[in-house]
Design a protein around this ligand. Structure first.
Ligand code: FAD
Ligand code: NAP
Length: 334
């Protein structure tokens, strides 16, 4: 375990906003976790687990023990004729894992290509893209339980996976650290091409995992700012889910509004709601709505977390004023 004091976190969050951690701890092995708890008890400070910081907004210095997990082994634990079960430790970079599945001809993860972050964070908000959610390939999640100080496994049925949410973001928030995730991937080919941007691949005789991954990379490159050059945390807001009745009323007023039917409700793209208010490219000092994608807030250079939050709240108020829909941040705000 490596401990530093008053660590600047600018390089540890993809918004690249400044914030200091009272203590910053690198954990090399999950066997060090009891030691981390002793340290936190001794300092009487809470622990925040940070992955790549690609879904957080720091609005202040953190009087906390900010901890990163450096353990990242990947192990095939069993195989059948049809599938492979793989256990991956929390510190592994998510997209390195996806790239590994593609190289090994395993199906199920490819639509989640190029999502930044760690494997340990993936179940937290049940990461999703292009009609695939990580919940679809998770078997179980191993956690270090802060109450019992034991490692336990939570089977997928008990993870309360939902749209950009899970038990780890709700009931178990600050109560359990994810130490590894076990995935089940298919050896049998299947492709999820339901999203408009991918449909052209349906009739492509050369369709394979590599081509799909490459295509997703190209689309994402066009629509999303690279955090290395423009600070951002991907979609800032969740897409709101409204009742069928509210969706019908909204459609009467805004016939162009895209709507996606869920079981008993309707999902509306938050990006469209913001764009339709003319806010794409809108700037508030160094904080802005990304000019190519209204769902993404960006740091144009020297924005602070507080300034980005101010812009987010301005958008929430505007969207509510016009559509009577309350947008919720997807990003975790500290
Ligand atoms: P962090 O941002 O470091 O942490 C996020 C939250 O998870 C925090 O509350 C943290 O405390 C908690 N956490 C992290 N690790 C653990 C752990 N081991 N145990 C318990 N809690 C933990 N998301 C999508 O769903 N789909 C996308 O397509 C997508 N695209 C993106 C594109 C860009 C350019 C960016 C910047 C972000 C995008 N995101 C997307 C959001 C982000 O990549 C994901 O939410 C990712 O899972 C965050 O991983 P992280 O390691 O950076 O987590
Ligand atoms: P897009 O394809 O332009 O679609 C805009 C929105 O409409 C998306 O948010 C998506 O919802 C929804 N949508 C589109 N087609 C749909 C369908 N057939 N069924 C249901 N919902 C549909 O979106 P994009 O901005 O290029 O992003 C592509 C994918 O990558 C999306 O799944 C998006 O969530 C994901 N992504 C996520 C982040 C993040 O930070 N969370 C960042 C970039 C991209 P969903 O978001 O529910 O899929």
């Amino acid at each position: 375990m490596q401990i530093t004091e008053n660590q600047d976190l600018t390089q540890y969050n993809t918004f690249h906003v400044p914030a200091k951690a009272r203590y910053f701890v690198l954990v090399e092995n999950k066997s060090e976790l009891p030691q981390l708890i002793d340290f936190a008890n001794h300092k009487q400070l809470p622990i925040l687990i940070l992955g790549q910081g690609s879904n957080v907004l720091f609005t202040r210095d953190l009087n906390m023990i900010v901890t990163k997990f450096n353990f990242s082994n990947l192990q095939i634990t069993s195989q059948t004729h049809d599938s492979t079960i793989i256990q991956v430790q929390a510190g592994k970079i998510w997209d390195n894992f996806v790239a590994w599945t593609v190289e090994n001809n395993l199906y199920g993860a490819v639509n989640l290509s190029f999502i930044p972050g760690t494997v340990g964070a993936a179940p937290v908000q049940n990461i999703g893209a292009y009609g695939t959610e990580v919940a679809q390939i998770i078997e179980k999640v191993e956690v270090f339980d802060l109450q019992t100080l034991n490692f336990t496994e939570i089977h997928k049925q008990n993870c309360q996976f939902a749209y950009r949410s899970s038990i780890f973001k709700t009931q178990l928030k600050n109560k359990a650290f994810i130490t590894s995730v076990t995935f089940k991937l298919s050896k049998k080919p299947y492709f999820n091409l339901q999203y408009k941007d991918l449909q052209h691949l349906k009739n492509n005789p050369g369709l394979n995992l590599q081509l799909l991954r490459q295509t997703i990379g190209q689309i994402r490159h066009k629509k999303l700012p690279d955090p290395k050059t423009i600070g951002n945390a991907g979609s800032f807001f969740k897409n709101p889910i409204v009742s069928k009745e509210q969706a019908r009323q909204l459609k009467d007023r805004w016939p162009q509004m895209p709507q996606y039917q869920l079981n008993n409700a309707v999902k509306i793209p938050a990006g469209w709601l913001i764009d339709n208010l003319g806010l794409k490219g809108y700037k508030m000092g160094q904080a802005a709505v990304y000019q190519h994608n209204a769902l993404v807030l960006v740091n144009l250079g020297n924005a602070t977390g507080k300034q980005i939050l101010k812009l987010a709240n301005f958008i929430i108020d505007k969207v509510f004023e016009i559509y009577k829909i309350k947008l919720e941040p997807e990003v975790n705000i500290f």
